[in-house]
Design a protein around this ligand. Structure first.
Ligand code: GLC
Ligand code: CA
Length: 567
C-alpha cells in the first residue's frame, strides 16, 4: 500500500495498538490480593480478542514497592509478589503465541535505595559505586549556625525536598521522586554501561521494546541552581532536570549500543517535553526513540496547589494542545496517543462523562477521537470497558504515595483545606486508575479471591468484562472495531492530519489524508445535541459511530462519526 512517501516510513509500531497493564491491579492468580504475572497469563485470550498488538507492562522487577515497582532493587529479577522469572518467561512465550508483543517498563532515572548499587554507594565516599548517584555536600546556613541545609531548594515530585541527608557520609543525595528512589548519575560512564548491559540482557530474552520512565530527566543541570519557588514551599526542578544538557547524547549512545541492534519499539515518558524537544527524542531519523509521551493535554488545567485541581479542561484548550502536537510533529517525529494511564485518572471521568446516561457513549467517543489521530494509540487496562474513577471518602483508602504526600504537605502548610484536598484527590489521584480490573460481577469483580490491595470500584456489578463480552454494543466491542479499522485502513495510520472546525466550543473535528483518501472524524464533546453543517456534506462512507441513528445536520450528545472518502 503506498504511503505519504516523503513523510512517513512504514513501521510495525506505527500500525500497532498498545495496551497498558498495571500488573498489581490486573488479575491475582494466588489469592494474596495482588495482581501477578500468572494473572496476566490467564487473560491473554481476552487481550487477543480485543485485538491489541502490544502489551506494555508496568514494572515487574524486584522492588520494595515504595512507588509500586517504580523503585527497582534488582533489574534482572522479578518482584516476589508478581511471581518468578520462570513465570515471566512463560508469559513472554505465551504472549507471543497469542500474537502479542511485550514492552517492558524501563525505570533508569533512579533505582530503589535498596538496589545493591545504592547500598554500596552510601557506604563511603570512596566506594566504587559512590558516583553511581548524585551526592552533594550540605549548604552552609547563612546565619552562621552549623545546620546542614540541603544543597539547593529543589522540591521532589512526591512532595518535600528533593534531597535526603545521609548520616553515614554527611552528604545529601538527590531524589526527584521519593527518598527511596535515588537518582542515578548518568554522567558516569559506568552507570551507562551497567544500564545498557541490563537492557541488552532483556532484549536477548526476546522482549519487544521499552517504555522509558521519566527518561527526559536523566541529565541534570550541572550547576544545580535554586528553582523558582512554588506554593511558597520548594523550588521547581523542571528547568534543571528535564531535557538536560546531555539527554540526547545519552539516548543516542543507548540507541547505538542497544536499541538499533534489535527490532524493538521504544517510547519515552518525557516529563517537561516541548514540541521542539520531542522532534529530537522521537526524530524520524531513528537516532533516539520511536515516540514520546507528552504531558500538555493532561496538564491543561493549572493546579490550585501543585498539580491538584478539580476543574476539567475545556474543549478549546484541549483541542489547541492536541492539534499542536498533531501538526507540528508531522513528518518529523511520531506521536503517542493517550488519554489515561496508571498516573492519570480514568479518561472517561476526566474528558468524557461518567454519569450512567453518558458513560458508554462518551467512552466510545473519546476512544474514537484518540484512535483516529495520527500516532500510536495506548489503551490503559479497563478503558476498553469504560471503567470510571472511584470515590474515596477517607484518606485511608488511598494507596498512592504521591496522593498521600500531597494531602499532608498542602493541608499541613494550610495551602488547602482537608475537604479541598479530598476533592482534588478524588478527581486526579493515580489511585483512580489503579483500582482492580473489573472482570465479572462476582466476588472482588473477579480480580482476586483474597482481599484486594486497593478497593474495587463498587460499580463492578454493571461495569465488567463478562457483561461487555456478552453485549455486541459494549465499549469492549467498539474498541475491537477501532483496532480492526486501524489494521485495515492505511489512512488511519499514515494519513496527514488537518484540523477542522477550530472555532467550535463543542465539536472536535479533523481529517486525515493519504493518497487522495480522506478520513473525517467528528466528535461532540458535550451532553447536548449540537448543529454540525459539516455532517451534511458528502464525507464518504461511515466507518464507525457510537450512535445507530443520526440527526441530519447535527451531532447528538457525545456522538462521534468517522467517514472515509476514497480516492
Ligand atoms: C513515572 C511513572 C510513575 C512513577 C514515576 C517515578 O512518572 O509513570 O508511576 O511514579 O515515574 O518512577
Ligand atoms: Ca497474587
Amino acid at each position: 500500500m503506498p504511503v505519504n512517501k516523503d513523510t512517513e516510513k512504514k513501521a510495525w509500531w506505527k500500525e500497532a495498538v498498545i495496551y497498558q497493564i498495571y500488573p498489581r491491579s490486573f488479575a491475582d492468580s494466588n489469592g494474596d490480593g495482588i495482581g501477578d504475572l500468572n494473572g496476566i497469563r490467564r487473560h491473554l485470550d481476552y487481550l487477543e480478542k480485543l485485538g491489541v498488538d502490544v502489551l506494555w507492562i508496568s514494572p515487574v522487577y524486584k522492588s520494595p514497592n515504595d512507588d509500586n515497582g517504580y523503585d527497582i532493587s534488582d533489574y534482572q529479577d522479578i518482584m516476589t509478589e508478581f511471581g518468578t522469572m520462570e513465570d515471566f518467561d512463560c508469559l513472554l512465550s505465551e504472549a507471543h503465541e497469542h500474537h502479542l508483543k511485550i514492552v517492558m517498563d524501563l525505570v533508569v532515572n533512579h533505582t530503589s535505595d535498596e538496589h545493591a548499587w545504592f547500598v554500596e554507594s552510601r557506604k563511603s565516599k570512596d566506594n566504587p559505586h559512590r558516583d553511581f548517584y548524585i551526592w552533594k555536600d550540605p549548604k552552609k546556613a547563612e546565619d552562621g549556625s552549623d545546620a546542614l541545609l540541603p544543597p539547593n531548594n529543589w522540591g521532589s515530585c512526591f512532595s518535600g525536598s528533593a534531597w535526603q541527608f545521609d548520616k553515614a557520609t554527611g552528604m545529601y543525595y538527590l531524589h526527584c521522586f521519593s527518598k527511596k528512589q535515588p537518582d542515578l548519575n548518568w554522567d558516569n560512564p559506568k552507570v551507562r554501561d551497567s544500564v545498557f548491559g541490563m537492557m541488552d540482557w532483556w532484549c536477548k530474552k526476546g522482549i519487544d521494546g521499552f517504555r522509558m520512565d521519566v527518561i527526559s530527566m536523566i541529565s541534570k543541570d550541572p550547576s544545580f541552581p535554586d528553582g523558582k519557588v512554588m506554593d511558597g514551599l520548594y523550588g521547581d526542578i523542571t528547568p534543571y532536570v528535564c531535557n538536560g544538557p546531555h539527554v540526547h547524547e545519552y539516548l543516542k549512545e543507548m540507541n547505538t549500543r542497544v536499541l538499533s541492534r534489535y527490532d524493538i519499539m521504544t517510547v519515552g515518558e518525557t516529563a517537561g517535553v516541548t514540541v521542539d524537544e520531542a522532534k529530537k527524542y522521537a526524530s524520524s531519523d531513528g537516532s533516539e526513540l520511536n515516540m514520546v509521551f507528552q504531558f500538555e493535554h493532561v496538564g491543561a488545567v493549572p493546579g490550585k496547589v501543585g498539580k491538584w485541581t478539580d476543574e476539567k479542561p475545556s474543549l478549546p484548550v484541549l483541542r489547541k494542545i492536541l492539534n499542536k502536537w498533531q501538526t507540528e510533529l508531522e513528518g518529523k517525529a511520531w506521536n503517542s496517543l493517550y488519554f489515561g494511564n496508571h498516573d492519570q485518572p480514568r479518561s472517561v471521568s476526566r474528558f468524557g462523562n461518567d454519569s450512567p446516561a453518558f458513560r458508554v457513549i462518551s467512552a466510545k467517543m473519546l476512544a474514537t477521537c484518540l484512535h483516529m489521530m495520527k500516532g500510536t494509540p495506548y489503551i490503559f487496562e479497563g478503558d476498553e470497558l469504560g471503567m470510571t474513577n472511584i470515590h474515596f471518602d477517607s484518606l485511608e483508602d488511598f494507596r498512592d504515595i504521591e496522593s498521600i504526600n500531597a494531602y499532608h504537605e498542602y493541608t499541613d502548610k494550610g495551602l488547602a483545606t482537608p475537604e479541598e484536598m479530598m476533592r482534588y484527590l478524588n478527581e486526579l489521584s493515580r489511585d483512580n486508575a489503579r483500582t482492580p480490573m473489573q472482570w465479572t460481577d462476582g466476588k472482588n469483580a473477579g480480580f482476586s479471591d483474597g482481599t484486594p490491595w486497593s478497593r474495587v470500584n463498587p460499580n463492578y456489578k454493571e461495569i465488567n468484562a463478562e457483561v461487555e463480552l456478552a453485549d455486541p454494543d459494549s465499549v469492549f466491542f467498539y474498541y475491537q472495531k477501532l483496532i480492526r479499522l486501524r489494521h485495515t485502513t492505511p489512512v488511519i495510520v499514515y494519513g496527514i492530519f488537518r484540523p477542522l472546525l477550530e472555532d467550535s466550543n463543542e465539536i472536535y473535528a479533523y481529517e486525515r489524508t493519504l493518497d487522495g483518501d480522506t478520513l473525517t472524524c467528528l466528535c461532540n464533546f458535550t451532553d447536548k445535541e449540537v448543529a454540525c453543517d459539516l455532517c451534511s456534506k458528502d464525507l464518504g462512507n461511515e466507518l464507525i459511530s457510537n450512535y445507530k441513528e443520526h440527526v441530519p445536520g447535527a451531532l447528538q450528545a457525545y456522538e462521534t462519526r468517522v467517514f472515509l472518502k476514497k480516492n
